[in-house]
Design a protein around this ligand. Structure first.
Ligand SMILES: C[S@@+](CC[C@H](N)C(=O)[O-])C[C@H]1O[C@@H](n2cnc3c(N)ncnc32)[C@H](O)[C@@H]1O
Length: 224
C-alpha cells in the first residue's frame, strides 16, 4: 500500500531535520508533490488571506517600485504583488517550487528565481521597496531563525516596507519546547525584525479563520 501523502510530507521533513539539514526537505517535498506522492501543506492555490487583507486595506501602488517575495513557493502571493504593479522578484530555495510557479503562472510579470534567504545575492542588499515574508522563517529551526530574520531585514530599501505574516507562539508559552516544523514566532522574534532605522509600525495577532486555536501575526515595518 502506498504511503498517505500527509504522512509522507511529515516523514520527508523529519528525515532532513534529523540529519541537521534545515532546508533540504523543501526540495524533496516539492519534488514528491510534483509526482503525486506527497502534499505541500501550505500550497493554497491562492494568495494568503492576510496578504489579501493587507493589500485591500493599504491599496499599495507598486508602479516604479520593487518587491521581493521570500520563500515564494508556487507563486500565489507573488502574483498578487506583481498585479499591484511592483517589479517583483520571487525566490525559493526549491528548484521544483520555482518550476511549479512558472507552470502555474506562465504569463507572469514576476521574476521567479532559485535563491537561498540565508545567502542572498549581494545586489539584493537593501534593494526592495516591499519585502514580503510569509511562513518562511517559521519553517526554519529556532536556532536558524535569528540569521534568517536578519537576512529578511537586510532586503528592505530605505523608505521600504516589510510585511511579515507568521503563526504566533502564545505569549503565555514563549519558552515551551516546540516540535516543528513549523516553529511559530514569539513576540520577541517579531520584535527582532526591527533595527535602529527599521520600525515596527503595526502589529496584529488574530486567530486563523480555519482553526481558531492557531494565532497568526501580521506585522508591518518601515525603514527610514
Ligand atoms: C512554509 S513554506 C511557505 C511558502 C509560502 N511563503 C506560503 O506562505 O505559502 C516555506 C517556503 O520557504 C522556502 N524556503 C525555506 N527555506 C528557504 C531559504 N533558506 N531560502 C529560500 N526559500 C526557503 C520553502 O521551500 C517553502 O517554499
Amino acid at each position: 500500500m502506498s504511503e498517505d501523502p500527509d504522512v509522507a510530507s511529515r516523514r520527508i521533513a523529519r528525515e532532513s531535520l534529523d540529519r541537521d539539514d534545515a532546508t533540504g526537505w523543501f526540495e524533496h517535498l516539492y519534488a514528491a508533490a510534483a509526482e503525486g506522492s506527497a502534499v505541500v501543506p501550505w500550497d493554497r492555490g491562492t494568495a494568503h488571506q492576510q496578504l489579501i487583507d493587507w493589500v485591500d486595506e493599504s491599496q499599495p501602488d507598486g508602479a516604479g517600485k520593487t518587491a521581493v517575495v521570500i520563500g515564494a513557493g508556487t507563486g500565489w502571493d507573488a502574483e498578487l504583488i506583481a498585479d499591484r504593479g511592483y517589479d517583483t522578484t520571487a525566490f525559493d530555495i526549491s528548484p521544483t517550487a520555482i518550476q511549479t510557479a512558472h507552470r502555474n503562472h506562465p504569463d507572469s510579470k514576476a521574476h521567479y528565481i532559485v535563491a537561498d534567504l540565508l545567502s542572498p545575492p549581494a545586489d539584493w542588499h537593501r534593494a526592495f521597496d516591499l519585502v514580503l515574508e510569509i511562513y518562511t522563517v517559521q519553517a526554519l529551526p529556532i536556532h536558524v531563525q535569528p540569521t534568517a530574520i536578519k537576512q529578511v531585514t537586510e532586503l528592505v530599501a530605505p523608505g521600504g516596507t516589510l510585511l511579515v505574516i507568521a503563526a504566533a507562539r502564545p505569549d503565555t508559552q514563549p519558552d515551551e519546547e516546540v516540535q516543528g516544523p513549523p516553529w511559530p514566532l514569539t513576540r520577541a522574534a517579531i520584535q527582532s525584525f526591527t533595527a535602529p532605522d527599521l520600525h515596527l509600525i503595526q502589529l496584529d495577532q488574530a486567530p486563523s479563520p480555519s482553526d481558531p486555536t492557531i494565532l497568526r501575526w501580521r506585522a508591518e515595518y518601515l525603514r527610514d
